[in-house]
Design a protein around this ligand. Structure first.
Ligand SMILES: Cc1ncc(COP(=O)(O)O)c(C=O)c1O
Length: 396
């Protein structure tokens, strides 16, 4: 018999993918140069040359088992050691290799983290606007997703709403800073307040509440900002990192989970992830990709184009009167739609060849996401199209 659960999911497909599909089809009839696909967060900057060189070097090694053989269950030890040393030096948190588990990107790190600390029927809190894939990550692990309504002024945490949602069944809270879709970085004050709140709740309920910190955009920040490292604020933190955006290699599927050395069960988490992997059929990221990033930890692609694009689009939307938080980082903008229904707005915009994603799928109706991981010339060409569309449709 076909699985009822997965069959039902076929009717809840990703709106981001739907919009991306629309753009792909539209390109066939209108030409790639006339369709501005701001739907999907696929990095657009070139991969650092050092990364490609490293892979070439590795593939020349005649000892093919060290390149193409199985990697150890938790990841290649020397790579885990390098990651731990980098994190220790950068964030002053005393990680060792035993706290690091290699994953296929942040998606896999989050799925492992959830299974590590959430029992079936327990709750995981997310802050709107949130990355829509959190729902399948949580629900397919047997957890229940609880949403904290957004703070649409600053896109920090709405603590009064958090107080309403968090309860004795809460096992984990997912934090994503810088955030997809708002681009906002959670401030030092926000993280201090969150840590104090969760510590208090842990005491009250007599069990751990973990933070699962989703950090694929850690290096993409603007205006010289820095990103406070969540694990520094709260011991029971599992950091989920990805090289997808920093090295521009999302198809290579590489990242890691780092368990704070002072978290509950710190010495067990990576080994537990190894067991979770067996059930997921995950069994480690590709061995030579692990080795390639091992020598490039802390290196990034040239990410500066994202700041250039952000400034162009932020100025364009705000000059059209759209309310919009200025992103601290990422490659997303999250403006308020010029009509209450952002789905209706995105439906109209897509026939003007401007492909956006309504905020409803991020738990924040009335807003829409613009993924500006494009080359700057494309962004520049899209601005007159946007101005025309807003004038003709909304008289702006
Ligand atoms: C907030 C967030 N988390 C997790 C992911 C998953 O990224 P990956 O699995 O490629 O590392 C993404 C991808 O876009 C994301 O935006």
């Amino acid at each position: 018999m076909l699985s009822k659960q997965y069959k039902e999911m076929l009717s809840q497909k990703s709106v981001i993918r739907d919009m991306f599909y629309f753009a792909t089809e539209r390109i066939k009839t209108h030409g790639a140069e006339n369709v501005f696909d701001y739907s999907i967060g696929n990095p657009s900057v070139p991969v650092p040359e050092a990364y490609n060189k490293k892979i070439e070097e590795l593939l020349e090694n005649p000892d093919f088992t060290s390149i193409h053989g199985y990697s150890p269950n938790l990841g290649i030890l020397s790579v885990r050691e390098k990651i731990a040393a980098y994190l220790k030096k950068t964030y002053d948190v005393p990680y060792e290799a035993e706290h690091i588990f290699m994953t296929s990107g942040a998606a896999s790190a989050i799925c492992h983290a959830i299974r590590c600390v959430v029992e079936a029927g327990e709750e995981v809190v997310v802050f709107a606007p949130y990355f829509p894939e959190y729902r399948p990550y949580i629900e397919l692990a047997g957890g229940i997703m609880r949403v904290v309504e957004p703070d649409t002024k600053a896109f920090q945490i709405h603590f009064d709403k958090l107080e309403e949602v968090l309860n004795e069944k809460t096992a984990a809270v997912i934090v994503n800073s810088p955030s997809n879709p708002s681009g906002v970085v959670f401030s030092d004050a926000t993280l201090k307040k969150l840590a104090a709140f969760l510590m208090e709740k842990q005491k009250q309920y007599g069990h751990e509440i973990f933070i699962i910190s989703d950090e694929p955009y850690r290096e993409i920040v603007f205006d010289g900002k820095t990103v406070p490292y969540v694990s520094k604020y709260y011991d029971n933190t599992l950091s989920c990192y990805s090289f997808s955006k920093s090295l521009s290699v999302p198809g290579d599927r590489i990242g890691y989970l780092a368990a704070n050395p002072s978290c509950a069960g710190a010495e067990l988490i990576a080994s537990m992830c190894g067991q979770i992997s067996r059930g997921l059929g995950h069994n480690c990221p590709t061995a030579f990709i692990q080795q390639a990033i091992g020598d490039l930890i802390g290196t990034t692609a040239d990410l500066s184009v994202y700041e250039t694009n952000m400034n162009l689009l932020y100025d364009a939307f705000t000059s059209l009167g759209c309310e919009c938080i200025r992103p601290d980082g990422t490659f997303y903008l999250f403006p308020k739609a010029p009509e209450p229904d952002a789905r209706a707005f995105c439906d109209k915009a897509k026939y003007a060849n401007l492909i956006f994603v309504p905020g409803d799928s991020f738990g924040c109706a009335g807003y829409f996401r613009v993924a500006f991981c494009k080359d700057t010339k494309t962004v520049e060409r899209s601005i007159p199209v946007l101005r025309n569309f807003m004038r003709e449709t909304y008289g702006i």
